[in-house]
Each structure stands twice: as C-alpha cells, then as structure tokens.
Design a protein around this ligand. Structure first.
Ligand SMILES: C[S@@+](CC[C@H](N)C(=O)[O-])C[C@H]1O[C@@H](n2cnc3c(N)ncnc32)[C@H](O)[C@@H]1O
Length: 230
C-alpha cells in the first residue's frame, strides 16, 4: 500500500468513525460514553472501537427469528447492552436469556437495565467460568476473538461448543478493515499471534458457518457470521 492510499484510507476511516460516533452518542449518550470509558481503561479485553451500532445489533438479533420456541439464549460479552436491548425486543415469554459480561462496570449497567426481567439471568465474570447444567439453542457472541491468542480462542470455542445443544445456532461478530492498522501498530510477536488467530477463525468459519452478512454502518464495519455448532 502506498503512503497516499494509506493516508486516504485513514482520512476516510476517521470521517466515518466521527459520523457514526456522533450518531451513537445522540442515539444512546450515557451508555455509549460509559462503554467508551471502558475501552480506554482496558482496550484489549473490551476489544472494540465503539459499542455495536443499532444496525449491527439488529443483524445479530435476527438469529432469534430462526428459533423454535421456547428457547434458551446466551449472550456472551454484552457490554452495556446495545445488542441485549435488541434481543429483549425479540424474546417471548417462555424464552430464557442468560447474559455474560466480564467487566464489572458494564455489569452494573446491565443489571439496572435488564435485572428486573423474570427470564433474564446476568452472570458477571468470564464465559469460561460459566458452567450451567443446561444447554442453549442460540449463542450470540461479541467476544473480541481477534484480539485473543489462538490458545485462548481454542479454549473459548471448545467451551462454547460444550454450552450449546446439538445443532444449536452460534452468531458472532468480527470487525473488518483493521488489518493495515494492526500490521502498523502491533509488535512482530503480537502480529504473528494475530495471524494465527485469524487463520483459526477462518477455518472455524469454513467448517461451521453457513452465512455471513457485512454491516457497513458500524465502527468499524463488521461481519456477522451465522453458524451451526454440531
Ligand atoms: C466487542 S465488546 C462488545 C460489547 C457489546 N456486546 C456491543 O456489541 O456493543 C466485547 C465485550 O466482551 C467482554 N468480554 C471480554 N472477555 C470476556 C470474557 N472472557 N467473558 C465474558 N465477557 C468478556 C468485554 O468486557 C466487552 O464488553
């Protein structure tokens, strides 16, 4: 990539990020600002540049439409609830929704927003510590797999498979267009680790995912992968 095209890309992305961020802040100011604060405090664990946009949230929650009811639904990495809100609009009375979030500040927000729902259960901790004695029909996941080392991703995927019912749906998100920035900013070792994780997720997609949808109206644009874990 030449310096000019790199600069054009940076300018284009900064403009897009600015407009979408303004949109998100107008749409949902308190939660967006709190989420952004969490990113500043712990960028690696949150693994995002901004909360999911309503367009991305809608694409992810669409996976609920394919379910037979009543269903058990698991959301992993709920943040301050941008996707949870969409999920709650789709759930029916007999469905059961479990929400897992690692960051205690985000958990406080989630508890205030969704703690009063009968069928919602919030677990504040790592997904790896969540070991219920039942299994899920649908798992919606926004974990930042691409920021994790491949061994951790492998452990998480194995755990997620264990949580799923046979043939259950798994819907997860991957952020796009970050490769040139990562290549520029990451150390040689981190870049190598990132490549291993990327290859792992590509193999996973080939084996388990039947549909991928690109959502441009998000920071940055994202791919939603719809998969069947069997
Ligand atoms: C990319 S953010 C997505 C947040 C939100 N779902 C959204 O779409 O705006 C990923 C979230 O996963 C959470 N997370 C990271 N590692 C986790 C883990 N091991 N278990 C549960 N949640 C985790 C982070 O705290 C963060 O809130």
């Amino acid at each position: 990539m030449t310096t000019t095209s790199f600069l054009v890309l940076v300018l284009f992305l900064s403009g897009a990020i600015f407009f979408i961020l303004v949109f998100l802040i107008c749409f949902d100011p308190k939660k967006t600002i709190l989420f952004m604060y969490g990113i500043l405090k712990n960028p690696r664990k949150v693994g995002a540049l901004a909360p999911s946009s309503p367009f991305l949230a809608r694409a992810m929650a669409e996976s609920i439409d394919a379910l037979q009811r009543p269903s058990t639904i698991l959301e992993i990495g709920a943040g301050t609830g941008h996707i949870t809100e969409r999920i709650m609009k789709k759930v029916q009375n007999d469905d059961c929704v479990d929400i897992i979030e690692l960051n205690p500040d985000y958990c406080t927000v989630l508890n205030k927003r969704f703690g009063h729902y009968d069928k919602v259960n919030l677990f504040c901790g790592s997904i790896l510590e969540w070991k219920p004695d039942y299994h899920y029909d649908l798992i919606i996941c926004t974990l930042p797999f691409n920021g994790f080392k491949v061994d951790l991703v492998d452990t998480m995927i194995a755990h997620i498979k264990h949580l799923a019912k046979p043939q259950s749906l798994f819907c997860y998100v991957a952020l796009c267009y970050l490769k040139p920035f990562k290549k520029l900013l990451l150390s040689r070792q981190d870049w190598h680790n990132n490549q291993l994780t990327t290859r792992y997720m590509q193999d996973f997609n080939k084996r388990y995912c039947y549909k991928t949808v690109k959502v441009f109206r998000n920071i940055p644009p994202a791919q939603v992968h719809y998969c069947t874990l069997s």
